[in-house]
Design a protein around this ligand. Structure first.
Ligand SMILES: [Zn+2]
Length: 41
């Protein structure tokens, strides 16, 4: 059910940057665990 899948993702905790620990906004590249700042270093 599409609605249940959306609810599942909404309930996930915020993704944190693996480098600086900042909350990350959802990105198209879901394989990275770094925020934009750390990725550009
Ligand atoms: Zn970071």
């Amino acid at each position: 059910m599409l609605v249940n899948v959306l609810d599942f993702f909404k309930n996930l905790p915020a993704k944190l940057c693996g480098t600086c620990g900042e909350e990350m906004v959802e990105q198209h590249d879901c394989y990275t665990n770094k925020c934009d700042k750390c990725n550009s270093l």
